[in-house]
Design a protein around this ligand. Structure first.
Ligand SMILES: C[S@@+](CC[C@H](N)C(=O)[O-])C[C@H]1O[C@@H](n2cnc3c(N)ncnc32)[C@H](O)[C@@H]1O
Length: 234
């Protein structure tokens, strides 16, 4: 996907995760103690990861999985423990390096494999996959860009795409408008609250997603974490 708006957004996200938030993200995804608010986010994210993993085959030997926007690699690790051949990609070289170091230290021998890469998860260079998972890696893009990203990934996916979006809730809508009023108050790229029906229409309008079906969906809401998982099947 090569639009200037997408590239600008992607570059803000890369800057945020690679520099502004890299340390906070490393801590959030570790076992170190965090404050009360972040603890709810950590618990919600754990529940989300378990939900997505429960939608993947238990035995993944012989299957290729793309962990698209892998962050520090927790989902990639679980898929490799099930025997998958995982490609784990993130815009942030810092997070990718941390993910690779953690995995080498904690799980030097895996039934499957993980190849880490720093770059755009939408690039064709990563190959083709049976399963693609975008856990919270599309939440900073708007609806048209989410649909285009899914269309791009669908061209290379044989079985299923699992992704999450930030559902439009009154709290998120309020945070979004406050973020617009005070753009400098928060250096993180704003979340894009998404209307599920509008997203479904945008997805169904993508040529590469013709014939794909929406399947399971699950909202996880824990304290300051709210995210909606959605499974699409070929
Ligand atoms: C909220 S974090 C989630 C990380 C990980 N999936 C997890 O759940 O722990 C979102 C991640 O998506 C990555 N990301 C966003 N857009 C991306 C893109 N186009 N290509 C690769 N990574 C991307 C960001 O760099 C960031 O690390």
């Amino acid at each position: 996907m090569n639009s200037t708006a997408y590239e600008q957004r992607r570059s803000q996200i890369e800057h945020y995760f690679d520099r502004t938030a890299a340390q906070a993200w490393a801590r959030l995804t570790s076992n170190e103690p965090v404050g009360r608010i972040r603890a709810t986010v950590r618990a919600g994210r754990e529940q989300m990861r378990q939900t997505l993993l429960s939608w993947l085959p238990q035995d993944m030997r012989g299957l290729r999985l793309l962990d698209a926007g892998c962050g520090t690699g927790a989902l990639a690790l679980q898929a490799a423990l099930r025997g998958a051949e995982v490609v784990a990609i993130d815009l942030s070289p810092t997070l990718v390096q941390l993910a690779a170091e953690r995995m080498a230290a904690e799980h030097p021998h895996l039934p499957g494999s993980v190849r880490f890469g720093a770059g755009d998860m939408l690039s064709p260079e990563w190959g083709t996959f049976d399963h693609v998972v975008c856990m919270d890696s599309l939440i900073h893009y708007d609806t048209p860009h989410i649909a285009q990203a899914l269309g791009t990934l669908a061209e290379r996916t044989r079985a299923a795409i699992l992704f999450t979006y930030a559902p439009r809730t009154p709290l998120l809508a309020a945070m979004h408008s406050v973020g617009r009023l005070f753009p400098r108050s928060d250096r993180s790229p704003a979340l894009s609250p998404v209307n599920g029906q509008a997203l479904q229409q945008a997805i169904q309008a993508q040529p590469a997603l013709q014939g794909w079906q929406a399947a399971r969906t699950q909202r996880i809401a824990q304290g300051f974490y709210t995210s909606q998982a959605w499974e699409w099947l070929r």
